[in-house]
Design a protein around this ligand. Sequence first.
Ligand code: COA
Length: 333
Amino acid sequence: MVKAGIWGVGIGVPDRVLTNKDLEQMVDTSDEWITSRTGIRERRIADPAQATSDLALLAARKAMEDARVDASEIDLIIVATVTPDSMFPATACLVQAGIGAAQAAAFDLSAGCSGFIYALEIAARCVEAGAYRRVLVVGADTLSRITNWTDRSTCVLFGDGAGACVVGPVKQGGVLSMYLGADGTGGDKLHIPAGGSRLPLTAEAMQEGKQYIHMAGNEVFKFAVRIMGDAAVEVIRRAGLQSEDIELFVPHQANIRIIDAAAKRLGLTPEKVFVNVQKYGNTSAASIPLALAEALEQDKIRPGDHVVLVGFGAGLTWGAAALQWNAEEDQLR
Ligand code: COA
């Protein structure tokens, strides 16, 4: 069976930076509180004219360039997002039109901050099965649009961004193992109450702020600490590896304390853990590909390295991937 690997990556983030100091002017918070409880120092915020597909397109174009793949070669596009441009059409279709990938099927995937890992699993399995040969996977969110900017317990956490990769067949290595999971009984711990078929958006619902993210922060925190470690341990076991074989751990960037707890459980030293939460906050489905692309840019991943990606999020969901990074010669063009 052919294997699937990542051929190229790219990111797209808005220019506007919102710092903790800026937030001090908006809600009753402090730079000290945000930094010590979350590790976040600043985040990017989309321009009013920018929607999720615009950030997704920036990332997609860079990933295609990095992978040396033309739009005409892309045969499937998956966009993981909880902030589509609109309920429909799918943001993936807007990306398809934007890059001009006329041969590609396109759909969105909703798995919160685990969305990129979910999409990566589908892409990898499609490539392995020979059903598709060049899959564009994008994680993109503009959480600033669903954030209540008067709620200090959530507004300090989130930011906007997109990350993308092209998945294609490889001779060896690539995606070694994956592990996805969900616990729908925890759905109400992190959700948007209104704007769907259960509670359509009305003036009354909006007055109560039900169009925004609602989160039981402490419960999500406990879930995240447990599941990040469990998912990483399981995906490493499925790959037939030990944690000491891992050269780089690229976790979902939600909170430095959650990342540190997972790293401790795996016995990883700080240089084996990639962190950029201080620059972007929690960018939801974009978080892992954004971190992966920056880790590559900083030469923290070399061909042959074992890399573990782990995410958790709304659903509740979680997902992990163990990869062996490919050399360009491994790509089956
Ligand atoms: N600035 C100042 N104080 C704040 C604050 C802010 N931005 N947000 C909350 N507080 C206050 C609370 O009101 C509370 O005050 P009280 O004790 O007087 O009631 C106090 O800080 C402690 O709140 P608590 O919720 O216990 O803090 P915490 O240590 O659990 O940290 C989170 C809060 C949100 C940072 C943490 O729970 C978390 O990261 N949860 C997971 C969130 C997440 O990752 N979500 C996305 C999943 S994809």
